[in-house]
Design a protein around this ligand. Structure first.
Ligand code: SOE
Length: 401
């Protein structure tokens, strides 16, 4: 499936044609990843930005020029049908993930799909089934939980898997943003259930559910939840959003998703997990924070300081023990071998290059990429369970004094 022999660039060898659907915030981030990955990492296949697709011909041409795509399409079916596209990268709102990803897999393409995998469990099940059929034909399907590719997160997973924390007791995760705190922020697609599936829950909660299961190496087996929509009506948008910004126009519409989700869960081993996802935490821009406490030690992480990991080793003598800060920039830390000398920090955008790197290796070796569509489905089931629990609203009122 992968194309012509090329010898320029670090990723010498056969090319791998990428076709991307969608070019807004996530499309821009994925473009950066695809543009960079073959120049930084030694890869068995050389990604080529073959074509990008969007409905507006002028806007997609401008996006192609800005982000380095060779050609444009205005119908995703035409992108999927192109001979120079080996991988279809789905960066559209959730309501089109299933249709595009399943069609691309059935057309023999590899697929990378943004998170959350889908808007519903039924869609995610269809996607996971299509991915399993495609896998039997040698195709790869990966879901874009990019925060697994923060070097400190991949290293944290190694520490947990190596038993450095012992049996896990607590996992605590919060993901806080504030771009919805203004009640006049317009009703963009991320606030409409029919397009986004859910609100803070699917947008941010999906990341922390995936991280909890990834870091612990075990599934969440039960949840109990509260969700809330604080601002129920907003101005209709005046035009297309730019990143997370947008301006309001005439008229108002109803918000059909949650603004915040608060839930607890239990891991298969019995460890307790707490989650909080909101886009209304004034002053918190992209604050994904977590702490894991085990019988032998603890870990703590803050995405706003993503080159650092705090580690407490309970095996050290009490008088000198304490949380210490590990600067995760050494060449033998995950993904760091190809970047800068120690201490020369990485950022958000690098996670997309790492994601692309891992997918290219999986395609070349025939290994199943992780997170797979089955992993995406597991997250989707947790999100659905959270919504069900919140709807049932089994709240017990304390007896007044
Ligand atoms: C918006 O809330 C958003 O872009 C999410 O959709 C992304 O998944 C997250 O990585 C950053 O914030």
């Amino acid at each position: 499936m992968a194309g012509k022999v090329r010898t320029d660039g670090r990723a010498a060898g056969r090319t791998l044609g990428i076709g991307m659907v969608g070019y807004a915030f996530m499309g821009a981030a994925h473009s950066q990843g695809w543009r960079t990955v073959g120049r930084v990492f030694d890869l068995p296949l050389r990604p080529v930005l073959a074509a990008v697709c969007g409905r507006d011909a002028t806007a997609v041409r401008a996006a192609a020029d800005r982000h380095g795509w060779a050609a444009t399409e205005t119908d995703w079916r035409d992108l999927v049908a192109r001979d120079d596209v080996d991988v279809v990268d789905v960066c559209t709102p959730g309501d089109s993930h299933a249709e595009i990803a399943v069609a691309a897999l059935e057309a023999g393409k590899h697929v990378l799909c943004e998170k959350p995998l889908a808007n519903t469990v039924a869609e995610a099940e269809a996607m996971a089934a299509a991915a399993a059929r495609a896998r039997a034909r040698g195709q790869a399907a990966m879901v874009g939980f990019n925060y697994r590719r923060v070097p400190a997160m991949a290293y944290a997973r190694e520490l947990v898997a190596d038993g450095r924390l012992g049996a896990l007791r607590h996992v605590r995760l919060t993901y806080l943003q504030d771009w919805l705190v203004d009640p006049d922020f317009p009703l963009t697609w991320r606030l409409e259930r029919e397009h986004a599936g859910s609100g803070a829950l699917g947008d941010l909660g999906a990341h922390i559910v995936d991280l909890a299961q990834y870091l612990a190496g075990e599934p969440i087996v039960g949840v109990s939840a509260l969700t809330e929509t604080f601002v129920r009506e907003r101005p209709l948008p005046a035009g297309a959003p730019a990143g997370l910004s947008a301006s309001g126009g005439a008229g108002r519409g109803t918000v059909t998703v949650d603004d915040a989700a608060l839930f607890t869960g239990r891991l298969a081993s019995g460890a307790l997990v707490s989650f909080e996802a909101t886009r209304m935490a004034a002053g918190r821009k992209n604050a994904l924070r977590l702490e894991i406490n085990g019988a032998r030690g603890s870990l703590a992480f803050d995405l706003e300081r993503l080159n650092e990991l705090s580690f407490y080793d309970g095996g050290e003598p009490a008088r000198s023990a304490g949380f210490r800060r590990i600067l995760v920039t050494e060449p033998d830390h995950p993904y760091l071998e190809a970047w800068w000398p120690p201490g020369h920090a990485l950022g958000y955008e690098h996670t997309f290059a790492h994601q692309a790197r891992d997918l290219v290796h999986a395609i070349a070796s025939g290994a199943e990429p992780v997170p797979s569509f089955a992993d995406g489905l597991r997250v989707q089931r947790v999100l659905a369970a959270v919504e069900e629990s919140a709807e049932k609203n089994a709240v017990y009122t304390p007896v007044p004094l």
